[in-house]
Design a protein around this ligand. Structure first.
Ligand code: UGA
Length: 431
């Protein structure tokens, strides 16, 4: 595995756990030394234990020695980052190409070279051109995209719905099938396709899921105005197997390291081929605008004067079971209320965030009770399990506390019984 970021570390560890000998390579020596002390460099529930188990069994090796790893491997996964180029929607592939050039330098015999990172259509062809220019013939280039969700990555690796392998070589398909056999035995579909299809399947899947979320978020806006419960609509629609019930939960707006980046990456692929992917473009715009609705709602809840009002955010990451802040809506909401001179507190199970260090009047507390004490408004931003059964009046010591629930963790009737002013997403009386 070249790169021990999220994809490389989880995938490498899980491949070791199903019996393979895996070298995880990274040129960041501090990462490698942390991993060699048996500790994970990322937050992912359950990962530490599997790392330690396979590290002790000597199936999982962490190293900065690329030559050693390449010489000892038959299959090489490229798992480096593929961010968007700064200020554009285009995917920056220079980490991928740099890794490929370094890997092939050390290789003597035939190897399978796989892109696991999310890469645009045509990348495998580009890699082949690089190999040709370097006069390297011993490589078979494959696309095998990952479908891991942060916070659920180990389960997603072990029980995938499908394994997508793009190749133009039958022998390679057989080797890949053998590698994934333990997962296929448990019911995963092994889908052989062209490399370009495999590359597009990854973007299409993420863009479709982002569309589903954005669709339900916009319907939630309608439900709020039309006195309808969005959860009934999600359930009613989702029970049609053609639609499916998952990813129909309304929320603050999708975030994270994948959907925002991959929707834009797909648009730029469309542009490259002169195809207007108008639906995906609208999804990106709608998702970006969504945060304005939430800040408007906060204005309505607090009224004109934010000064000396205590506003507490419960959870600030883009979703639970991760410490990832990338494209989290809290990054816009917290600076907004701080600018209005509210006293902002936040509590997150994964600790303090550097992103809020320089925000005025914004304090982190590792104790939820301190974060919530005397709060005027609690914003339930991320749906961690520990936020699902809170006694808000006891927690805040404020009978008049108001709740803005961005994840619909509570019911309106429960809150009404407790005489708590409660605002949620896409429900009757949500305003
Ligand atoms: C996503 C995909 O789900 C994975 O299949 C894929 O492998 C990964 O991107 C990637 O490309 O690496 P991830 O970003 O970890 O995984 O998180 P998701 O669980 O998909 O959630 C993404 C965002 O959508 C979050 O902000 C979440 O709160 C939001 N969401 C999700 C909703 O608002 N409603 C839903 O019903 C589901």
């Amino acid at each position: 595995m070249i790169g021990t970021g999220y994809v490389g570390l989880v995938t490498g560890t899980c491949f070791a756990d199903i019996g393979n000998k895996v070298y995880c390579v990274d040129n960041d020596k501090s990462k490698i030394s942390k991993l060699n002390s048996g500790k994970s460099t990322i937050y992912e529930p359950g990962l530490d234990e599997i790392i330690l188990k396979n590290y002790n069994a000597k199936r999982l090796i962490f190293t900065s020695n690329l030559s050693l790893a390449v010489k000892n491997s038959d299959i090489i996964f490229i798992c480096v980052g593929t961010p968007n180029k700064k200020g554009t929607q285009t995917v920056d592939l220079h980490y991928v190409f740099k890794a490929i050039k370094e890997v092939v330098k050390f290789s003597k015999n035939k190897k399978i070279l796989i892109t696991k990172s999310t890469v645009p259509v045509g990348t495998a062809n580009e890699i082949e051109k690089i190999l040709k220019n370097m006069k390297k013939k011993n490589f078979d280039v494959v696309s095998n995209p990952e479908f891991l969700r942060e916070g659920e990555a180990i389960r997603d690796f072990k029980y995938p719905d499908r394994i997508i392998v793009g190749s133009n070589n039958n022998r390679t398909f057989k080797i890949m099938e053998r590698l994934y056999q333990p997962l296929i035995n448990k019911g995963a579909m092994f889908f052989k396709t062209s490399r370009r299809s495999a590359e597009l399947i990854k973007y299409a899947s993420n863009a479709f899921l982002a569309t589903k979320i954005t669709f339900i978020n916009e319907l939630a806006n309608l439900c709020e105005k039309a006195n309808i419960n969005i959860e009934d609509v999600s359930l009613g629609m989702g029970s049609d197997v053609r639609i499916g019930s998952r990813f129909l939960r309304p929320g603050p707006a999708y975030g994270g390291s994948c959907f925002p980046k991959d929707t834009k990456g797909l648009i730029s692929t469309g542009d490259k081929f002169n195809v207007n992917l108008s639906i995906v473009k609208t999804v990106v715009k709608s998702n970006q605008n969504r945060v304005h609705l939430h800040v408007k709602r906060i204005d309505k809840i607090i009224g004109k004067n934010f000064k000396n009002k205590k506003i507490t955010f419960l959870g600030v990451t883009f979703k639970p079971n991760t410490d990832d802040m990338r494209d989290s809506t809290s990054l816009k909401m917290i600076p907004y209320v701080s600018k209005k001179e509210a006293n902002v507190f936040y509590y997150d199970p994964t600790g303090e965030k550097k992103e809020f260090k320089n925000i005025r009047n914004c304090k982190f507390s590792k104790d939820i009770k301190i974060a919530c004490k005397n709060a005027d408004l609690i914003i339930l931003h991320t749906e961690w399990e520990e936020f699902k059964s809170l006694d808000f009046q006891k927690l805040t010591k404020n009978k008049g506390v108001k709740i803005y629930d961005l994840r619909n963790l509570y019911t309106f009737s429960d809150m009404l019984r407790k005489k708590i002013k409660y605002y949620s997403i896409g429900r009757p009386n949500a305003n």
